[in-house]
Design a protein around this ligand. Structure first.
Ligand SMILES: N[C@@H](CCC(=O)N[C@@H](CS)C(=O)NCC(=O)O)C(=O)O
Length: 138
């Protein structure tokens, strides 16, 4: 059975969970708390020397890091990675776009806002409404 080393609040890890669920593929999830340094332990670095989640354990001792590489691996021979040459390249187009143009700016900003600044969606909404009403709020 596949095992995913991931952190539930990470978008990169959520993508893997979502695809595994869509494929109805049984898997085990091992929570790794990156804020506690669990992705930088010697044991974890043996799985991914880059020290990041997600990592897919394909079989004991065989590990695949990088969320989009994991998605391509899981989607191979399924309708999620089908089509002609151009259609498959268009799938890669979005995966590359996501990693280069979305993840570093939008996803990392969301993670910092949620995790370190503790700005929840409700607070963001409240701030925005308050700003529009010309009021300041904490
Ligand atoms: N390009 C990688 C990015 C992985 C990544 O940045 N993971 C973050 C969580 S979303 C992480 O593990 N950060 C821990 C660290 O940098 O120490 C992927 O798509 O898997």
């Amino acid at each position: 059975m596949f095992k995913v080393f991931g952190m539930s609040s990470s978008g990169n890890c959520y993508k893997i969970k979502l695809l595994l669920e869509q494929l109805k593929q049984p898997y085990e999830w091992q929570e790794i708390d990156i804020l506690k340094g669990e992705s930088r332990t010697p044991q974890f670095l043996e799985k991914n020397s880059n020290g990041r989640v997600p990592v897919l354990e394909i079989e004991p001792g065989v590990y695949l890091p990088e969320s989009n590489a994991i998605m391509c691996y899981l989607a191979e021979s399924t309708p999620f990675l089908a089509g002609n040459k151009l259609e498959r390249a268009q799938i890669l187009q979005w995966l590359f776009f996501e990693q280069y143009s979305h993840e570093p700016y939008i996803a990392v900003a969301r993670f910092i806002a949620n995790t370190f600044l503790k700005i929840t969606r409700v607070k963001r909404c409240y701030r925005s409404c308050a700003r529009k009403a010309g009021r300041r709020c904490k």
